[in-house]
Design a protein around this ligand. Sequence first.
Ligand SMILES: Cc1cc2nc3c(=O)[nH]c(=O)nc-3n(C[C@H](O)[C@H](O)[C@H](O)COP(=O)(O)OP(=O)(O)OC[C@H]3O[C@@H](n4cnc5c(N)ncnc54)[C@H](O)[C@@H]3O)c2cc1C
Length: 296
Amino acid sequence: MKARAFDYRSVASVPEALAAHAGCAGEARYLAGGQSLLPALNLRLDAPDLLIDIGRIEALRGIAREGRTLRIGALTRHAETLRSALVAEHAPMLTQAAAFMAHPAIRNLGTMGGSLSLSDPAAELPACMRALGAAFEITGHGGTRIVAADDFFLDLFENAIAPGELLCAIRVPLPEPGTRMRFEEIARRRGDYALVGLGAKLVLAGGTIVSARLGFCSVGPTPMRAPAAEAALTGRPLDAQAIAAARAALGDDLFPDEDDSLSAAARMHLARVLLGRVLAALSDAGAPAAIEGAAA
Ligand SMILES: Cc1cc2nc3c(=O)[nH]c(=O)nc-3n(C[C@H](O)[C@H](O)[C@H](O)COP(=O)(O)OP(=O)(O)OC[C@H]3O[C@@H](n4cnc5c(N)ncnc54)[C@H](O)[C@@H]3O)c2cc1C
């Protein structure tokens, strides 16, 4: 199938993008990497009147350390996330997650802002953002507001971006001393969307877990935190007992639906398997890919 006819406009600044959106009498969509939007148009799942290409907006590019924050421009492509030394140093969970996303051709075009704006609950980056405690810079005619990842994802493919607003950047807090983080997923084939994915960020002090943040993908209508499992980990050493307690508690956190590809019970089982695997890798016995300590 082919997309319904639409107008196309390329813009070079955020104000120009906002004005183009506001000036459209019909439906307008921002076009970033096009890796989700263009297939949706071709399948006629969406039929906007105007595409506003934001790909030339320099202000949406770049990865930089700003104080205790890593600021990632919304137009950062998945391939750039994968290659970034700053991301690898301060948020290696994102490096690990990007390696699981689709295939090189898609990673060369798809953007972080596009993935988060789409808010597919099966996508890796939204789950990571919840685990990392990230926040999003969202700009509209009223100015820029900061929305925490925990408040951003509202429902299936729904988020806190109002019509016409642009997601401009992602703010990831730099890890504090004692931070360990990791992303892993279980998929039928490498590059497929995950059956279950998990980003985990733990902070340990004196051998005790003082903070645990877990972000799951593909287990609900949004990327999911797991507060009962996080509570089961907090205040104890990262050992086999803590991992068993977290796995048991996960039943109070996740209630995956049945679907054609997997039963709810099987998905829940995979979530527990993955949680055990990730936590074991973050423990002293595992941990080659985790980071210990933090940047000065
Ligand atoms: C075959 C295939 C396999 C894939 N596999 C995976 C996978 O395993 N994991 C995964 O996570 N993703 C996967 N994807 C999706 C891919 O990651 C996309 O890159 C991503 O979902 C969207 O990014 P984009 O830049 O292409 O956004 P676009 O397709 O350009 O836009 C997506 C939506 O976000 C809006 N938007 C884009 N940028 C902004 C912004 N800055 N502010 C406000 N709104 C914005 C657009 O208007 C549109 O509604 C796959 C895609 C394909 C085609």
